[in-house]
Design a protein around this ligand. Structure first.
Ligand SMILES: Nc1ncnc2c1ncn2[C@@H]1O[C@H](COP(=O)(O)OP(=O)(O)O)[C@@H](O)[C@H]1O
Length: 278
């Protein structure tokens, strides 16, 4: 018991230190903007979170919006994969966790996020769209203690579509762009509309360099979906309770969904200076 208490205390101390770093980065960054970002009604760059199950397209839509709004897109999954492919001390440990479809500890993820914010701060970044964080209520509470999130966009797709999307996902090992080889046609259940998504095929220069994420197998995706429902679904409720959650049911692939998402956010792809709904 004493050992457990000691461990808990040291974890909490590290988390608090990381949380206070996140706070410092966010406040300093807000004072040093260098791009032409979207200013929200609070007079600073937007601070949004994208939530959603594995494969829903958080990364795709978050990166489009980050380009439109002039704020960085920070995906904790990318931070984990970068660390994993390095020869750093965490790499082996992370590989095991990720390949079981489990979540990395709050402490590790907060440290990775702090480092990313620190690097961004050095480059004068401010505002953000977070993708894949927070994923536990504890992470959401820590974020809530250190900064004010304006909006949480919760993307939704039926579970059978999510599985097909994850299995069809491909990444170009050279340019890093994401593609999808799945051609999806799913009948809507319980009065929901059918969903069709055309494949998002790579240009010819990427074709021979495509790789599949090691955690995009049927067994690991099932486990990631199970863990999402157990650990991350309560994060949706956390933000619903704060009145910050916007649920968006994706009607199909990017061509159908992006214009509707922009409309729901009161954004215009060609005219990016209007104020966003918060
Ligand atoms: N906020 C987080 N907390 C804990 N683990 C995380 C977090 N973000 C990413 N990870 C780890 O990185 C893996 C890949 O994340 P991500 O690319 O966001 O995947 P997904 O497609 O499942 O949304 C996750 O399965 C998990 O192991």
């Amino acid at each position: 018991m004493a050992a457990l208490t000691r461990l808990f205390r040291s974890t909490t101390t590290t988390q608090n230190a990381a949380a206070s770093f996140i706070h410092r980065s966010l406040t300093t960054a807000a004072a040093t903007q260098s791009v032409t970002p979207r200013i929200d009604p609070k007079g600073r760059n937007v601070q949004w979170v994208f939530l959603g199950c594995p494969g829903v397209g958080k990364g795709t839509y978050a990166s489009r919006l980050s380009a439109l709004l002039g704020v960085p897109h920070i995906a904790t999954g990318d931070l984990v994969r970068e660390e994993l492919s390095s020869s750093g001390p965490l790499s082996k440990q992370l590989e095991e966790i990720v390949n079981q479809g489990k979540l990395v500890s709050d402490e590790i993820i907060i440290n990775l996020l702090s480092k990313r914010l620190e690097a961004g701060e050095a480059k004068g970044e401010s505002g953000f769209i977070l993708d894949g964080f927070p994923r536990t209520v504890r992470q959401a509470e820590i974020l809530n203690e250190v900064t004010d999130i304006d909006l949480v966009v919760n993307l939704k797709l039926p579970e059978n579509v999510l599985m097909e999307k994850c299995l069809g996902r491909r990444i170009c090992s050279q340019c890093g762009k994401n593609f999808n080889v799945a051609s999806i046609n799913v009948k809507g259940e319980n009065g929901n509309p059918d969903i069709s998504m055309a494949p998002l095929l790579p240009p010819s220069n990427c074709v021979s360099k495509l790789i599949t994420r090691s955690d995009d197998t049927e067994a690991i995706v099932s486990e990631r979906l199970r863990i999402y429902n157990e650990k991350s679904q309560p994060v949706e409720d956390f933000y619903r309770g704060l009145g910050k959650l916007m649920v968006f049911d994706l009607p199909g692939g990017i061509p159908e969904s992006l214009p509707k998402l922009l409309e729901a956010l009161n954004l215009d792809e060609n005219e990016d200076k209007r104020s966003a709904t918060a």
